[in-house]
Design a protein around this ligand. Sequence first.
Ligand code: IDP
Ligand code: MG
Length: 143
Amino acid sequence: MTQTAPEATLVLVKPDGVRRNLIGEVIGRIERKGYIVTDLKMLTPSRELLTAHYEEHVDKPFFAPLLEFMMSGPVVAIRVEGNRVIEGFRSLAGETNPTIARPGTIRGDLGRDWGSAAVENVVHGSDSTLSAERELGLWFPAE
Ligand code: IDP
Ligand code: MG
């Protein structure tokens, strides 16, 4: 039986998740689902990295607060592998807005509206093959 190489996605534990000591909780859910962590690092991202990462949102009204939030402390960047992991992690993460994200999801169980200008929702996950490749290249550049 032939098998294709597993898909990879970029997961970020955002600054709110790190501040609230949820790194292990997020990684635990990824691992219990059966996906494989293949690379990981902690860093406080630069404005340049975040501008490239969130390029599709540069013209949105929430872009400036989003960058301030994402630069407000360390994040954990994780490369995760598995068949259909891009879609699978988005499903684990739940909807963008943590107020209405379904219970059972990371954002639904662990997030809420804290009244900040940027939506704080614990995690990021790539939304397509193209963005996963682009984002993994930004956060885990080849040496
Ligand atoms: P996603 O993270 O679920 O893919 P996107 O629409 O790509 O959601 O937005 C990127 C990030 O920007 C969100 O995760 C959230 O932190 C923030 N964000 C999205 N929409 C808003 C908004 O309307 N106001 C403030 N922040 C937002
Ligand atoms: Mg997105």
